[in-house]
Design a protein around this ligand. Structure first.
Ligand code: S3P
Length: 415
């Protein structure tokens, strides 16, 4: 059995909403990883007393929607895109001025996707010519917006909803495809009027955000690594209790099933407004599959892992419509394909995806992680299969989302 750590997306939001809420919030099961520490640090710099995250229950006294103060120095977002983009919305809404900085990976990632709609709401934002960090948001009063986003991004959607919430103005966001809806669920549970109609989400201002008391479910993106490990036969049956099975997050489990692995959801329940279950995964005879563009938002973070599973499947696996992978913690299309080839797998890049031809021959070589936690963990799974000898240049990058990953892997892997 593996108890996967708390959901990263929900942990960021839980801290932000606790900080901005009225009264005292309580959060249990928070992910304690570098990315979540980045959010805590940014909130502290904006004047919120966020305690040490190590306690089993983290209690935060919110400063209220109008309570943030201008930071004394730059906001260090580390490796975390979610911290940067969601907090850009919060800071713009609060009308304070702040400069966002990050590590070498984050500094390269596209920020115009949040800057442009926030500017359309009245914010003034300075970006370097390459459109990444450092980004300075200058405080200004905001007005409402209707925005048609070109990218299917929960971070962009959430940034706009949070800007509207904090500035108390209406926001309507249209997405090209449905993305994870944690922000909408969590705001609704705190008394905020958020409406969803097909691909449009509307926030009706109400000046209210109630305190929260919640248990964060386990992260399906972390659980996917162990489902993949079982799928390739590098573990026997693995059971992971209390994993979030939000429909916007579970595409990878469906793909693993389609490839021939056994994956089931037992004891389905609800926790903190999110569906949860015990995810149980076991080996099967794997064959390649086609991952279609419309599936991509529900498994975007799991594609490096699925590529590594495809390397042990019979036949070809083809992914298209996943150009967003090029602007994640690394260019994940280039990184996945180069690393697969480095260990002996037949793989090729597509502009918006990749093709992997699986085999059962032994794989060996060295993987370059490019400061990308999911590249490290995906190849850690592939390296755990019998007969493979794969080394990872920087295994410590898993601390971004799953600090105990290597210990958990060592516990359940066979051999
Ligand atoms: C996230 C949204 C996704 C995802 C990221 C977390 C979130 O990013 O890849 O790991 O918490 O909203 P995009 O919004 O860029 O697709």
């Amino acid at each position: 059995m593996i108890v996967v750590p708390g959901d990263k997306s929900i942990s960021h939001r839980a801290l932000m909403f606790a900080a901005l809420g009225g009264g005292r919030s309580r959060v249990r099961g928070l992910l304690r990883s570098a990315d979540v520490h980045s959010t805590a640090g940014v909130l502290r710099a904006l004047g919120v007393a966020i305690p040490d995250l190590d306690a089993p229950e983290v209690a935060v006294t919110g400063v209220g929607l109008r309570g943030l103060r201008a930071p004394a120095g730059a906001l260090d977002c580390g490796n975390s895109g979610t911290t940067t983009r969601l907090m850009a919305g919060v800071v713009a809404g609060a009308g304070v001025t702040a400069r966002f900085e990050g590590d070498a990976s984050l500094s390269k990632r596209p920020m115009r996707r949040v800057a442009r709609p926030l500017e359309a709401m009245g914010a003034r934002i300075e970006l370097p010519p390459h459109g990444g960090l450092p980004m300075t948001v200058h405080g200004a009063p905001l007005h409402g917006v209707t925005w048609h986003s070109e990218v299917a991004s929960a971070q962009v959607k959430s940034a706009l909803l949070l800007a509207g919430l904090v500035a108390d103005v209406p926001v309507e966001v249209h997405e090209p495809a449905a993305t994870r809806d944690h922000t909408e669920r969590m705001l609704r549970a705190r008394g905020v009027d958020v409406r969803t109609e097909e691909l449009a989400v509307t926030l009706v201002p109400g000046g209210r955000l109630d305190a929260l008391d919640m248990d964060v479910p386990g992260d399906p993106s972390s659980a996917a690594f162990f489902a993949g490990l079982a799928a390739i036969g590098a573990a026997r049956e693995v059971a992971m209790p209390n994993v979030g099975i939000n429909p916007g997050r579970i595409g990878a489990f469906a793909v693993l099933r389609r490839m021939g692995a056994q994956v089931r959801f037992d004891d389905a329940a609800e926790q903190g407004g999110e569906p949860v279950a015990t995810v149980v995964a076991a080996p099967g005879t794997l064959r390649g599959t086609v991952i279609a563009p419309e599936e991509v938002p529900s498994l975007i973070d799991e594609l490096p892992l699925l590529a590594c599973v495809a390397a042990r499947a019979e036949g070809e696996t083809r992914v298209t419509g996943a150009e967003e992978l090029r602007v994640k913690e690394s260019d994940r299309i280039a990184a996945v394909v180069a690393n697969l080839r480095a260990v002996g797998v037949d793989a090729e890049e597509l502009p918006d995806g990749f093709v992997v031809r699986g085999s059962d021959r032994p794989l060996a070589g060295r993987v370059t992680t490019h400061l990308d936690h999911r590249i490290a963990m995906a190849f850690g799974v592939l390296g755990a299969a019998a007969g493979n000898a794969i080394t990872i240049d920087d295994p410590s990058v898993c601390a971004v989302s799953y600090p105990a990953f290597w210990d958990d892997l060592a516990r359940v892997r066979l051999g």
